[in-house]
Design a binder for this molecule. Structure first.
Ligand SMILES: Cc1ncc(COP(=O)(O)O)c(C=O)c1O
Length: 397
């Protein structure tokens, strides 16, 4: 057969890094590469009980549901969101197949080929892939440890007149950084002035370390909302319950949500009814906040362990900050080190990470690496860091 794939397929990049990371699936490799939660901490018993409750309701539990999402789940999630300063009705919420689908659906309804999307530098790889798949052009905006650089944002809003800014302001993937409130407010003001929609991606906001009362208000909560908001907010159950459920949500202006629901109908009709009903039961009968508190503490321990090991191994010229939450360390090595090259020798020694080059919309930095600390247990992290130090010793002479 002479398959006649669409021209659009050319926008789905393949990458050498992805090919190497495919080799890291086996048990012999310790992977710091994925953004994976710790399996041993999934609330498996509570999930099983919640499924049982759903099934006791009879066969209707297995029926098709609304594209917008299971109404009781939207209501219970609405209450959770109100606790975080985001006041919405079910009409301002769409339940999706993970946050990834929010990025996809918003791109479908908002972006035309050639449109510029401003993104952070560096940013989430799979968002770049989505924007490019629709022919949009991601352009990066500089930032520092306090978030996006407002001068650069202003300049790029003027230069490119972008329709959208995509950001991860709380415990970013890949850098683990968190924006100050001043940067959040500043970016909202600039984007509102330039009529650019902000997509605020917040999968990690609940995973904060240290003082639990410390708040990092979402940009959606800081902006006028829910209607006429210049922010569309997305979060997910992937990092707080389990990613296999593939359930996330979007909050936004009712018209934006309505258009996204139309696109969702074409994409997959709805997200799994069963999973949504189970999650509703979980929110009603399970102490999700207690569980999140437990997971936060466990991840903080794992983060501290990796920080200790980074200090102990003391890689020459390495720069990194202790993240205040989330799942990642962002380590910058001396400029002459190409971490994509380093990955090859690391995988041979049985350890993997993601080279920084994959996270840039443009002008990639080659000497950085993203390291996940949430997935491996203590023994795995210690051995993985030993192996990585060995791989580095060959290049950091
Ligand atoms: C920044 C960011 N956005 C979105 C996602 C996708 O999450 P989900 O599992 O909800 O689709 C991830 C997953 O790692 C992520 O890191």
């Amino acid at each position: 057969m002479n398959y006649r794939f669409s021209a659009r397929l050319g926008n789905f990049s393949s990458s050498a890094v992805r090919e190497i990371l495919k080799l890291t699936q086996g048990d012999s490799i310790i992977s710091f590469a994925g953004g994976l939660p710790a399996e041993e901490h999934f609330p498996a018993t509570a999930v099983a009980e919640a499924f049982e409750r759903v099934m006791r309701q009879g066969n209707k539990a297995l029926q098709y549901g609304l594209t917008e999402g299971f109404l009781p789940l939207r209501e219970s999630l609405g209450k959770r969101m109100a606790g975080k300063g985001m006041n919405v009705t079910p009409d301002h919420m769409l339940i999706t197949t993970g946050s990834q689908q929010v990025i996809d659906l918003l791109s479908r309804i908002y972006l035309d080929p050639g449109d510029v999307v401003l993104v952070e530098r560096p940013t989430y790889l799979s968002a770049l892939q989505v924007f490019r798949s629709y022919g949009a052009v991601p352009v990066s905006v500089s930032g520092d440890k306090d978030g996006i650089d407002l001068d650069d944002l202003k300049a790029k809003l003027e230069q490119y007149k972008p329709k959208m800014l995509y950001v991860i302001p709380t415990f970013s993937n890949p850098t683990g950084r968190v924006w100050s409130e001043e940067r959040r407010r500043g970016a909202i003001e600039l984007c509102r002035g330039a009529n650019a929609l902000i997509l605020e991606d917040d999968p990690y906001g609940e995973l904060k370390f240290g003082d639990a009362s410390r708040n990092y208000p979402s940009m959606f909560s800081l902006d006028k909302h829910p209607d006429d908001s210049c922010v569309v907010y997305t979060s997910t159950f992937s990092k707080t319950v389990a990613p296999g459920l593939r359930t996330g949500w979007a909050l936004g202006d009712a018209e934006v949500i309505r258009q996204m629901a139309r696109a969702k109908q074409a994409a997959d009709l709805q997200s799994s009814s069963l999973d949504q009903q189970m999650l509703h039961q979980l929110l009603e009968y399970f102490d999700l906040d207690g569980h999140i508190e437990f997971v936060r503490k466990e991840y903080e321990k794992r983060m501290k362990l990796m920080a200790d090991l980074l200090r102990r191994h003391n890689w020459r010229g390495a720069k990194w900050e202790e993240p205040k939450g989330g799942m990642f360390f962002w380590v910058e090595l001396p400029e002459e080190i190409d971490t994509a090259e380093l990955l090859k020798s690391a995988v041979e020694l049985g350890v993997a990470f993601v080279p920084g080059i994959t996270f840039y919309a443009d002008n990639p930095q080659r000497n950085a690496m993203r390291m996940n600390f949430s997935y491996n247990d203590e023994a795995g992290t210690v051995t993985g860091m030993d192996r990585l130090t060995q791989a580095l010793s060959a290049v950091l002479v």
